[in-house]
Design a protein around this ligand. Sequence first.
Ligand code: ZN
Length: 422
Amino acid sequence: MSTKTLHIDGDRLLTRLSELAKRGARDDGGCNRLAFTDADKEGRDLVTGWMRELGMAVSIDGIGNGVARRPGREEGPPVMIGSHIDTVRTGGRYDGNYGVLSGLEVVETLKDAGITTRRPLAVAFFSNEEGSRVAPDMMGSLVYVGGFGLEEAHAAVTIDGKRVGEELARIGYRGDAPTPGPVPYAYVELHIEQGPVLEAEGFRIGAVTGVQGISWTEVTVRGQSNHAGTTPMSYRHDAGYVAGEAAAFVRRLTKEMGGRQVGTVGSIVLEPNLVNVVAQKAVFTVDLRNTDEKLLQSAEARLDEFLGTIADAEAVEISTRRLARFEPVDFDPRMISLVEETARSLGATVMRLPAGAGHDAQMLARVCPAGMIFTPSVKGLSHNVREHTDPADLELGANVLLQTVLTLTETDPFKAASWRAS
Ligand SMILES: [Zn+2]
């Protein structure tokens, strides 16, 4: 039979999504499966059980990444479908889970049709993508590609004071498969957009061009607390004022730079945080993102310059600490075109767009051609219990994944000549 007419089973996909959502279920309908918790273990047990039911061999590596393999007609590196099954504390059921469970749906569709692909297939879930319980985020995929050492990852401490290595052992997912892991032939990740663009622009599929760079800085301002009534303005060393000015500066900076520069001061903590006391200390965060590394660097430089100037003007002491820094990633243009052409061939409207959030695919892109498929998020909501994607869009996205994967397993898309011909 022609593989072009194959379709995934949308109901089966939705059933798996709701089954997984029962692990770590919240009363308000959301999911709470923070990495390496008991709820995470329950989710892992369920998903690895499904993988084995599909006849796949499951390996768990030292950071708890799970990789299930299905042999091909030929030996060689597999086409890998991956994402994550951990959530934030107030998560929904689609972020990450949708990509992994659609991978299982691809495998089950092929199995039902009696098809063995030419290249092997792998379906992977990567540990601690969200980073909400322990930094860095995308920890599992970063270890998988050799960007972060296993010992260092094991030593990382969670917000509740536990070591990652011990938590992994406790939940039974400190496996023995080696890291860095084997390099796939190609990597594809299907994910909800987590932003409003596809819905607002009226497109059903996104062909993701890359992931924007992220720069997180924690800024500590030390001034002097004093009486809010008696201290003349010119005598103040007001840490609260400096934090407020910095937040306003970040907004002005994004406006001046325009383009894809975004910036957020998402946390400000003042000491002593009282109505009638000039704050002696402020700790705030700055989140800067851009798809262009040079522009991101210039945003960082302008923030530094601003902090230097205001520290002098207010006579306060300012120190900074880097919390996270990832350069922007451009996906392989051949993968972007493949997703775009596959979506079109299925009659879907498709738009090229960059990802605003971090994803495991950006780590895999360091070692193999990687690409992403986005489906719309209703009202752009994610990391929110009301996160939702229309079932018809979920099904369409999984069918785009299926056909994209089949092109990668059955043809030689990275040989220039055959790429043109296909
Ligand atoms: Zn995600």
